[in-house]
Ligand binder design. Structure first.
Ligand code: PMP
Length: 425
């Protein structure tokens, strides 16, 4: 790991410099949303102060500058994830977030199933007897859009099972994915377990049978170096707000050839070459085809700043820094009556550590921890099947960002060790 001063980087986050209930804030809820460095906050307001205008329209100078800033941001985001961004080769679509990107795909596949998009789109079409494959570790924003797609098309939803500690059973790829499988949608990192999925065997098998592979990259892009070309994924969706960028925007990666074949999912302004009253419109090439309506330009520009800022720190450095904190968080498992829902070894996992405190409801745990100034998430984290896998309905979840320190994790472990004595269980 290069010598990066993460304590100094933490100073770039104004929100972290405050007390909660009389204690210094320890923010361990970055899997829900990350905090924003000053440069990202400034980028958004600077955009509004200096170049705010609609993009891709209007002949005036501000519109041109705004368009340039928007496209530069797309290129910055593309560089973070190993995607193309040259004009005519763009592989990054702006969305309203991971959920929107995943729904865009499911809707577009549904449209292809109705014959929209012509012959080229037939590779995405589903019919009764076809299969869609997900896993039990999916966030509801993967599970539900593709489950609904199955209902709409008559396709069958199948899923990967999990190991006892919550890893997706990649070793069963050859059985779960069959010649009938058309779509495979899998999380790169479990938002509850923190486990990094061994996606290579799944991608390989999906392609062997001609299926499209979709990656939920929400919990990997902020923490790991990813290269979608090297990983050979067909599509990937994630949100800017978890990678130190603003809320309200996200990105969908698609291999250029697939984006060109994919029919649109949302319809409106700025996405057609020609529109008629009496015949279907002719849609623009990607990415514009998927970006109907006025775009959240300020937020996209700020997300581009976040992407560059992360690259400047170095994804390998971020990964190593958070790994050390994860090691400390995993000591939660040594506390009497505390069970970790996910891999207990600090291998192929990130610093997202969900845990159950025997005999104490997660909301009580969360409130007790909050009273000490520590922010964690409680509930089912929009991932009910994985909780059912562990025999629970809800849990507590601590999750790191690059601004956390080993001391933050130690503070949590100490706080959690007091929970059962406090509640007298
Ligand atoms: N997938 C995973 C793994 C997530 O953690 C989240 C965010 N909780 C999402 C998808 C959905 O992201 P968003 O709510 O930003 O659209």
């Amino acid at each position: 790991m290069a010598d990066v001063d993460f304590a100094a980087i933490r100073q770039q986050f104004p929100i972290l410099d405050q007390e909660i209930h009389g204690h210094p804030l320890v923010y361990l809820d970055s899997a829900a949303t990350s905090q924003k460095p000053q440069c990202v906050i400034d980028a958004e307001s600077e955009f509004y102060r200096t170049i705010n205008a609609g993009v891709h329209r209007g002949a005036h100078e501000l519109a041109a500058r705004s368009t340039m800033a928007f496209e530069e941001a797309r290129a910055k985001v593309a560089r973070l994830v190993g995607a193309n961004s040259e004009e005519g080769e763009e592989e990054i679509v702006v969305t309203a977030g991971a959920t929107a990107g995943l729904n865009l795909l499911a809707t577009a596949f549904g449209n292809a199933s109705l014959g929209r998009g012509g012959k080229a789109a037939q590779r995405f079409a589903l019919k009764p007897g076809d299969e869609i494959v997900v896993s039990k570790a999916e966030h509801h924003s993967v599970l539900l859009p593709f489950q609904e797609l199955a209902y709409r098309t008559g396709a069958t939803l199948k899923w990967f099972d999990l190991t006892e500690d919550g890893r997706i059973r990649s070793d069963t790829a050859n059985q779960v994915i069959t010649e009938r499988t058309k779509v495979v949608a899998i999380t790169h990192v479990g938002n509850t377990t923190g486990a990094i999925t061994d996606i290579a065997p799944i991608v390989r098998r999906a392609h062997e049978v001609g299926a499209v592979f979709i990656l939920d990259a929400c919990q990997s892009v902020p923490h790991l170096k990813v290269d979608f070309h090297a990983m050979d994924v067909d599509f990937a969706a994630w949100s800017a707000h978890k990678m130190y960028g603003p809320t309200g925007v996200g990105f969908l990666y698609g291999k250029r050839g697939l984006l060109e074949a994919l029919p649109p999912a949302n319809f409106g302004g700025s996405m057609v070459e020609l529109a008629w009253m009496d015949k279907p419109a002719e849609y623009m090439a990607p990415p514009a085809r998927f970006e109907a309506g006025t775009q959240p330009v300020a937020q996209v520009v700020a997300a581009g700043v976040a992407a560059d800022w992360m690259r400047a720190i170095g994804m390998e450095n971020i990964e190593a820094h958070e790994k050390a904190i994860a090691g400390e968080l995993l000591k939660l498992g040594d506390i009497d009556g505390v069970r970790i829902l996910g891999p207990r070894e600090n291998v192929d996992r990130i610093g997202t550590v969900a845990f159950d405190v025997q005999g104490v409801h997660p909301h009580d745990v969360g409130q007790f921890i909050d009273s000490l100034g520590i922010a964690i998430r409680v509930g089912h984290h929009c991932a009910q099947p994985v909780h059912r896998h562990f025999g629970l309905y809800a849990s507590n979840r601590a999750s790191t960002g690059l601004y956390n320190s080993v001391e933050d994790a130690q503070a949590l472990v100490e706080a959690v060790s007091k929970v059962r004595p406090f509640f007298k269980v």
